[in-house]
Design a protein around this ligand. Structure first.
Ligand SMILES: [Ca+2]
Length: 228
């Protein structure tokens, strides 16, 4: 009993600060291209629909952070329909359930019929790229980060050069000028899309509190990143 209490009080697993009321953290997001790199295909639209995000404390307990959000990795915006309150404290992971928002009553203000929807242009021949994934999957990011009213907001960041890098889009013949990847066409490429999104995402600190991803926030070390 004593040992368990001592473990629970260890600084690396501080958990929640008792006595502080739960609060809804400020959330934002966006996409970026690492310096000197440009994605091929050129990404013109990338919408990622987050059905639910959960924070995980350093003992593995999860608390819901938000529901029904859309991350626009080109427009540089995270729209959250349902922000939730969480206990202030130290957290060690964030899990995102990526899924289409299908309930018209609850999702009418966001257009997100797919879990992931990417439009772009293939540089070699100018073919239009359309990637549509309707299957639910989970993205997990791990790190050690404070979520408190004073620590600053959280940003979901997407490296756009990694989004489609595993799909081998250059090897798919265009049909009427379009390269389509969805549940019925070139569906064997969709697992690589899900792996690509997992590798492309990080959790960042919103240093200036404007809910958008700024260059200095990309230069700073991420709060949480894909597990090794
Ligand atoms: Ca910012």
């Amino acid at each position: 009993m004593t040992a368990a209490l001592a473990l629970g009080a260890a600084p690396s697993c501080g958990g929640t600060e008792t006595g502080n009321p739960p609060f809804a953290p400020d959330m934002g997001g966006g996409g970026y291209d690492p310096m000197g790199l440009s994605p091929d295909p050129a990404v013109e639209s990338a919408l990622i629909s987050v059905e639910e995000a959960k924070l995980e404390d350093c003992e593995g307990a999860q608390v819901p952070l938000l529901r029904r959000a859309v991350l626009d990795a080109v427009g540089g915006q995270l729209r959250v329909l349902e922000p939730l309150e969480v206990p202030a404290g130290l957290y060690c992971a964030i899990e995102l359930s990526i899924a289409a928002c299908e309930d018209p009553d609850r999702c009418r203000t966001i257009f997100a019929p797919y879990a992931v929807s990417i439009d772009g242009t293939r540089r070699a021949d100018g073919a239009s790229i359309e990637v549509r994934d309707a299957t639910r999957f989970v993205v997990r990011l791990e790190g050690s980060f404070d979520v408190t009213p004073d620590a600053g907001g959280l940003l979901l960041a997407v490296d756009r050069t990694l989004l489609t890098s595993g799909l081998s889009l250059s090897s798919i013949p265009a049909v009427d000028g379009v390269v389509l990847v969805d549940e019925t066409t070139n569906a064997d490429r969709l697992p690589a899309l899900r792996a690509g999104l997992q590798s492309a995402m990080t959790l960042r600190r919103d240093l200036d509190g404007d809910a958008t991803l700024d260059p200095e926030e990309i230069m700073a070390a991420p709060l949480a990143q894909p597990p090794e």
